[in-house]
Design a protein around this ligand. Sequence first.
Ligand code: UGA
Length: 443
Amino acid sequence: MKITVIGAGYVGLVTAVCLAELNNNVLCVERPSFDLSKLEKGISHFYEPELDELLAKNIKGNRIEFTVDLDKAIDFSDVIFICVGTPQSDTGKADLSQVENIARQIAKRLNSYKLIIEKSTVPVNTHQWVKKTIKRYAHSDLDFDVASNPEFLREGSAVSDFMKPDRIVVGVESDRAKRVFKEIYSPFIEEGYPVLITTPAASELIKHAANSFLALKISYINMVAELCEKANVDINMVADGIGYDKRVGRAFLNAGIGYGGSCFPKDVKAFINIAEEHGVDFTLLKEVERVNSKKRIDFVKKVEEVLWINKDKNIAVWGLSFKPNTDDIREAPSLDIIRELSNKGANLRLYDPQAITNFKSVFPENNRVKFFKNKYDAIKNADALLILTEWDEFKKADLDKMETLMNLPIIIDGRNLYKSNKMEKFEYYNVGRGKINELEVLK
Ligand code: UGA
């Protein structure tokens, strides 16, 4: 099948590459100012495991191409995935100007049936506006469908999330559109993955409701962690204990310094806004946001409680990205925490396996903020180490070596990486683990 993907950002590029891997001929279009040279060589412009290998393979197999010519891309196929940005505006509302612009451009080139698919995260009933816009700007009365097919990809595991989905959600209004989706997703249907057919409005809403619910789970467990810390109970045991209930599930119950990234913060805000526009006061989600911001403040307070004075202390930080396996620092807890500590006059020694370049562009190196290429160099002579992202390499770090390198063996772990029985040599602080314990399951 020939497929056009508009946007080579996170969602667009992963979608385009994976659709090519499923044996489609994909043309992916970016804006004219975008430099395609790296992509054309099979190198993506952000770090995502597995993506570059698959990109290079499909370029070689002539199944994917890139262009900056939007008209050419629209003419290329009858199936168009819209994967442009829907950033947050000042009010928290999603800015849909890029979606609207694409709808107008498609309208101008409409000369036969096309299926136009929203993959970008959009407020409920955006499809109505896309339809209306295309009708208004089209030269003739041609048949087309607008459908919704949100993505549920996590950064760091986006390729496997696409290839092994929990479910695929498709919102359509016609049998014709449904048939096209059946063809696109036939490899998944054959393998038994659930492909859920619903209305476009329900599909749009599912996306915001899903992300907001996951954010809610995180804020919930972080509040329980706060209680655990006071009551000297291990939050991990509690999370396991409730997670065994299939109705709850253990996923997204890892306590820490809260959620970041380009999705949860933006989507929770947008969902509150959408609800408000429909006369619904979603106070529950406002509390989710409040708790999430508070976790960052609480962590800085904890650093102060442990170190007393932050000024002139050498504080090493491991982990800058908002989560492991990505170089993305958007809305990362590290941004607020490092800004705060830097304002307090601490000397910061920063390390991340992938995110240093992105972090430097927001936080340039100065006499108080230094970046290191190696995690052990970052902790040399440190008065404390803060762990802000749960990268695997931190879990496997050599604790003996760490202890000898540091000035004081103090670790303040925002992601609960270590087991207590290995930490005797350290003054070790975590989030809500009180007296650390392991849940035992009798066999
Ligand atoms: C999220 C969703 O998980 C995807 O399903 C969705 O497609 C995507 O947003 C999107 O809308 O595009 P992502 O933002 O990549 O994916 O990352 P997550 O793995 O969901 O993590 C989000 C944040 O929550 C991270 O900062 C992570 O550290 C934090 N988190 C996650 C916790 O603090 N505790 C947990 O138990 C899980």
